[in-house]
Design a protein around this ligand. Structure first.
Ligand SMILES: *Cc1c(COP(=O)(O)O)cnc(C)c1O
Length: 429
């Protein structure tokens, strides 16, 4: 379920018409479907129902307080990568005892804050960090629960900027170095409780094969660590890919489809079918850290066309959203379907570049793409913008951050106000 569909020629999020929202709240505007978020969370939970498991939603994908609150009420734990994200989770009513803390560069302040809040586990990425965690915990007179992130050296076959499980990536500890590290930690680090093992091989994986490879490679290590040190959990990370090319609940109109051969949907049911048997019987709790899968297809960025500019080589549609609002195309060559809010009446298409107002040539949402024609004043939706969208937005070019709306059924709630010009200079002296 993606929650977005045409009804009587107008694009809706659940039972709310997007054009009306844009009229009321302006553009650019992020709109999220609560039903889709809950549906994805629930389906993943069901796919893992055969084993003792917990879903720790990766907060960095979309950290709006209302999104976190929604997931907390459904029983989600949270995977955080900063003290700021822990603060958000707590503000949203999430339980720190169900938080895991990832990341290669935790600061002393973040470690102290997380220890005080009583998080479930620090997922540590180097021996140096583990020793420092031991030292800080010792100074506070507490014991820090920890897991080490193993780098299984498996190719996730995804974009190089979001691949994390190869030896040349900065993440985790080499597979071969794990047994020695746990042995030294158990003997020397009296303020560490070795609670689990963690891995995360990359993001936007569109095939189950790399997950299988990593799970099969690491499972014997989990057995061994449980036997020797009594670890309780194994986090197999996030990374489940979503479909960015063509996906509307009401079916995909043929003018829209730009199906790519390399992007095949990895269904959550298949993920569960393949992994559950391989995870069963290990005797540890399995943690998952999905971000994109939960929220990616649950959000759109609505933008308005300002100008059409016909150059000698190309036609540009200039819209009021820019790479500062949604950076995925510029940063990862990310694809977003571009859909008019008013359903096109004919199958006619024009080849255009859709670009933002930012003074960067990388500020585009598509290049040479055949789209239904839209004109200045018309609004379009950049689909599948719920993950790594607003969270990566910046004030570059001194542009206020867009507003965010959460839709539940026929109710739309403003969950973040659009920034004002005064907000832009807040804090400057
Ligand atoms: C980013 C991240 C995730 C979530 O990745 P998705 O591809 O959004 O599922 C999970 N775990 C860790 C450690 C991460 O850094």
């Amino acid at each position: 379920m993606h929650g977005f569909s045409y009804q009587n020629g107008a694009l809706y999020c659940e039972d709310v018409e997007l054009d009306g929202l844009a009229e009321e709240y302006g553009t650019p505007l992020y709109v999220y479907s609560a039903g889709t978020i809950v549906d994805h969370f629930t389906r993943l939970d069901a796919a893992l129902s055969g084993i003792d498991h917990e879903i720790a939603y990766a907060v960095k994908a979309n950290s709006n307080l209302s999104v976190l609150r929604l997931l907390a009420t459904k029983g989600a734990g949270f995977d955080i990568v900063s003290g700021g994200e822990l603060f958000r989770v707590i503000k949203a009513g999430g339980d720190p005892a169900h938080c895991t803390f990832a990341g290669v560069g935790k600061t002393r302040e973040e470690i102290v804050y997380a220890l005080e809040q009583g998080i479930y586990s620090f997922n540590v990425e180097s021996e140096e960090e583990l020793r420092y965690l031991n030292q800080v915990a010792g100074e506070l007179g507490v014991v820090a629960p920890a897991a080490v992130r193993v780098n299984p050296n498996v190719d996730a076959k995804t974009h190089k900027y979001i691949s994390t499980g190869k030896s040349e990536n900065k993440f985790g500890v080499d597979f071969e170095a794990i047994p020695g590290l746990y042995e030294r930690a158990s003997k020397e680090l009296s303020h560490i409780r070795l609670r689990g093992l963690q891995m995360h091989i990359g993001s936007q994986l569109t095939s189950v094969a790399p997950f299988i490879e990593a799970v099969e490679k690491v499972a014997p290590m989990v057995r061994d660590l449980k036997e020797r040190y009594g670890i309780e959990f194994w986090s197999i990370g996030g990374g489940i890919g979503i479909v960015y090319h063509g996906s509307l609940e009401s079916g995909t109109p043929d003018w829209w489809e730009t199906k790519s051969e390399e992007e095949r949907p990895l269904t959550i049911e298949k993920y569960g079918q393949e992994l559950v048997p391989r995870l069963k019987g290990l005797g540890v709790k399995i943690l998952l850290e999905p971000g994109r899968y939960v929220v990616g297809n649950a959000g759109v960025l609505v933008t308005r066309c300002l100008y059409e500019k016909k150059g000698s080589a190309k036609t540009f549609k200039i819209v009021d959203a820019g790479m500062n609002d949604l950076i995925r195309p510029a940063l990862y060559e990310g694809h977003h379907e571009i859909v008019p809010l008013s359903e096109p009446k004919s199958g006619e298409r024009v080849k255009v570049d859709v670009v933002g107002p930012i003074c960067e040539s990388g500020d585009f949402f598509c290049q040479d793409r055949a789209l239904p024609d839209f004109q200045p004043g018309d609004r379009v939706a950049l689909m599948s913008a719920g993950a790594y969208g607003f969270v990566m937005a910046s004030n570059y070019n001194s542009r206020p951050l867009p507003a965010e709306i959460l839709v539940e059924g026929d109710t739309a709630t403003l969950v973040r106000k659009r920034q004002t010009l005064d907000d832009l200079i807040e804090g400057e002296l």
